[in-house]
Design a protein around this ligand. Structure first.
Ligand SMILES: [Zn+2]
Length: 247
């Protein structure tokens, strides 16, 4: 597409790099890697939304967010094995890296560093977290409604779950449930589709999301904000970042 041949001058909301961004991949969400930190549009957009909530208008990148005094008291849980945020947020006293591991061996291998957590049944107290971060996780969760209910339970009032999910452009009206899991029994309703997980394994996509995700969040007690960053480039308008706020 012609728009993806365009370069632009910008600021990386992850590492703070200022300079020229060029397209390198075909996927609009995963193009325009930062020349310095290599993180692509979807991560940088997610970083920008987190900065909107926690940067107090005073910081322009994750590189200086973690050093901001207001962050010291923030209780943050991030579901990730990689990505741009861990290296910055791990400096904070109340940051916890989490992941849903598939095996006991993996749980043991990461003990003391990455907490094994099922997002639909979290080991955190009610009203205890300021921020939950997931990046392309929710599409792999069989019961999204339960995940949102758990987020609503553990977030403080005003706390936020900032997440990315792959979505078509424009966002379809309905969710497409590709598979269900009931009492441990997997049922495929659509041809199975997989992504590669943070531990380099194939993981099944349960849901292709549509606007209906707002209703699911609302039913759980979260108000869903959908953000399209306002970059002067059509490609940037193809990526959405979501923030589900506890009210
Ligand atoms: Zn960068």
């Amino acid at each position: 597409m012609q728009e993806q041949t365009v370069t632009f001058e910008g600021l990386c909301s992850v590492c703070g790099f200022k300079g020229t961004f060029a397209p390198e991949n075909a996927s609009p969400r995963d193009c325009y890697p930062c020349p310095q930190c290599r993180f692509t549009l979807r991560y940088r957009d997610q970083a920008s939304v987190i900065l909107d909530f926690f940067g107090n208008g005073a910081v322009e990148s994750f590189n200086n967010l973690a050093a901001h005094p207001s962050m010291k008291g923030m209780h943050i849980v991030e579901f990730a094995m990689g990505g741009p945020f861990i290296r910055y947020l791990c400096r904070l006293p109340h940051y916890q890296q989490a992941y849903f591991f598939e095996s006991e061996e993996q749980i043991q291998a990461h003990q003391g560093k990455v907490l094994h957590v099922d997002i639909t049944s979290m080991p955190f107290a009610n009203n205890s977290l300021d921020l939950i971060i997931t990046s392309d996780v929710l599409e792999h969760v069989p019961d999204v409604q339960r995940a949102f209910s758990e987020c609503a339970r553990v977030l403080k009032p005003g706390g936020v779950h900032v997440f990315s999910i792959p979505v078509k452009y424009p966002i379809p009206k309905q969710n497409l449930v590709r598979a269900t899991m009931k009492n441990g029994v997997l049922d495929h309703r659509e041809p199975p589709h997989y992504h590669i997980s943070g531990t380099k394994e194939k993981v099944l996509v349960f849901t292709d999301f549509g606007e209906e995700i707002s209703t699911l969040a609302k039913q759980a007690g979260l108000r869903l904000m959908v953000s399209q960053r306002s970059a002067p480039l059509a490609t940037c308008l193809r990526n959405y970042t979501f923030a589900a706020i506890k009210f």
